[in-house]
Design a protein around this ligand. Structure first.
Ligand SMILES: [Zn+2]
Length: 201
């Protein structure tokens, strides 16, 4: 139906989350109509993130060097670690301005059905980090999503930390977040309250 380059663009755009075939076509035609400069800027931006952005060697957040901005910031409290599923979950928590600590990004949630086991996530590095921390970690806040897999992941990590690091408080975000939703979509006020009202797990 389309010239092969156009079809290729539609196919690639259609692989993005939430983009159906019709939207992919609309976006493709928008790009075709756009100035060459704008279209190239989009292509360059995609290429640049893939080339320059990696994972922080400490917390596995996105970083444009060996360490992310939060880990490089000496003012951040290293004795409190907030555990999230994806790098995208760090942003909404940062926006609340309620969390002074550091992060640990798991890279997903446990889901035996989908074949996601503890070894597939950055769970072992979390334990190592907590065990080796100097100054010692006081609290681990489990801010995985309020979904079935997120809850299961929080419980799994809480049980392991109780055994490995008995002195560390393990807390979970207060309820009030929309159940089944991703942290990413929570508004700042709700998320701020959930953080402030976190409870022992
Ligand atoms: Zn980091």
């Amino acid at each position: 139906l389309y010239a092969p380059p156009v079809q290729r663009l539609i196919t690639e755009l259609g692989k993005l989350p939430g983009i159906g075939q019709r939207t992919a076509q609309r976006l493709a035609f928008h790009i075709l109509r756009a100035d060459a400069d704008d279209a190239n800027a989009l292509a360059d931006a995609i290429r640049e993130v893939k080339e320059r952005i990696g994972l922080c060697e400490v917390c596995f957040n996105l970083a444009d060097g060996p360490r992310c901005r939060v880990c490089l910031d000496e003012r951040r409290d290293a004795t409190v670690i907030c555990v999230v599923e994806e790098p995208g979950d760090v942003i909404p928590i940062e926006r609340t301005h309620e969390f002074p600590g550091r992060y640990h990004v798991l890279g997903g949630a446990l889901s035996p059905i989908d074949g996601v086991d503890p070894d597939d996530l950055k769970i072992a590095p979390l334990y190592a980090r907590v065990e080796r921390a100097d100054p010692p970690v006081r609290e681990v806040v489990l801010a995985t999503n309020p979904t079935t897999t997120g809850e299961a992941t929080a419980l799994h990590i809480a049980a392991a930390l109780r055994e490995r690091a008995a002195g560390v408080a393990v807390t979970r975000l207060a309820s009030g977040l929309p159940v089944g939703a991703d942290l990413e979509y929570a508004d700042e006020v709700t998320l701020g309250k959930a953080l402030a009202g976190r409870r022992a797990l």
